[in-house]
Design a protein around this ligand. Structure first.
Ligand code: SAM
Ligand code: MG
Length: 206
């Protein structure tokens, strides 16, 4: 019995133009709108993410939560030459089918402390958090503690309204280390459910 993600992959493999990132993402979207929901960032929040990548031209991107690689493909195709994208996924069944960028299989709490020495990621200037929402605050604090955020780095956190990440939002708004902006939108593939992406700029100040 195939899992939802594997069913989506079969569809994408048989319907998308190979090597065409826009068409691959559109084909995922068709599947998600018409057949089965997947928690990809989706086309509407994807536009926001795409714009933030374009505006920031980051050189070292860290994604927490690869899933089937939708946002990985989206971000990768907007990066400048020479940029590196590291994406962390704890479920090896998802990792096995994800687009291979710099894919690190493991739980974020184990991977983050090893990013420097084991994976050569010295500092990230763009982070996309889209793994389990309860991990956002812990992992942001881990990135801070391991000195992995470049001053001025952009951190984008998805789904901070739905399902929500209240402790994370409270921390980033009150700790004095971040400038925060909320992009209000709707949940991926569900126009009726309000959601939001938080855009943070790391000031480096304590
Ligand atoms: C919402 S999906 C990511 C969607 C993806 N960013 C996109 O838009 O295409 C969340 C993924 O995070 C993974 N995940 C959850 N908690 C994690 C953790 N602590 N470390 C690594 N991966 C995690 C799950 O296995 C799942 O594949
Ligand atoms: Mg999400």
């Amino acid at each position: 019995m195939l899992r939802p993600l594997e069913r989506a992959f079969q569809y994408v493999l048989t319907h998308a133009i190979p090597g065409d990132p826009h068409h691959i993402l559109e084909t995922f979207d068709q599947w998600c709108y018409h057949c089965e929901y997947l928690s990809n960032v989706g086309p509407h929040k994807g536009k926001i993410l795409d714009r933030l990548i374009y505006e920031n031209t980051p050189l070292t991107v860290l994604e927490l939560g690869t899933y089937c690689g939708y946002a990985t493909i989206l971000m990768a195709q907007g990066l400048p030459m020479g940029a590196r994208l590291y994406t962390v996924e704890m479920d090896p069944r998802n990792a096995a089918v994800a687009e291979k960028v710099e894919l690190i299989v493991g739980a974020s709490e184990e991977v983050i402390p090893q990013l420097k020495e084991k994976h050569g990621l010295l500092k990230a200037d763009f982070v996309f958090m889209d793994h389990w929402k309860r991990c956002y605050l812990r992992d942001l604090q881990l990135l801070e503690a391991h000195g992995l955020l470049l001053e001025g780095a952009t951190i984008v956190a998805d789904n901070v309204v739905f399902p929500g990440a209240p402790h994370f939002l409270q921390y980033v708004k009150t700790c004095g280390k971040y400038q925060c902006k909320m992009h209000r939108t709707s949940l991926e593939y569900c126009r009726d459910i309000p959601d939001g992406m938080a855009e943070l700029i790391y000031t480096g100040l304590d």
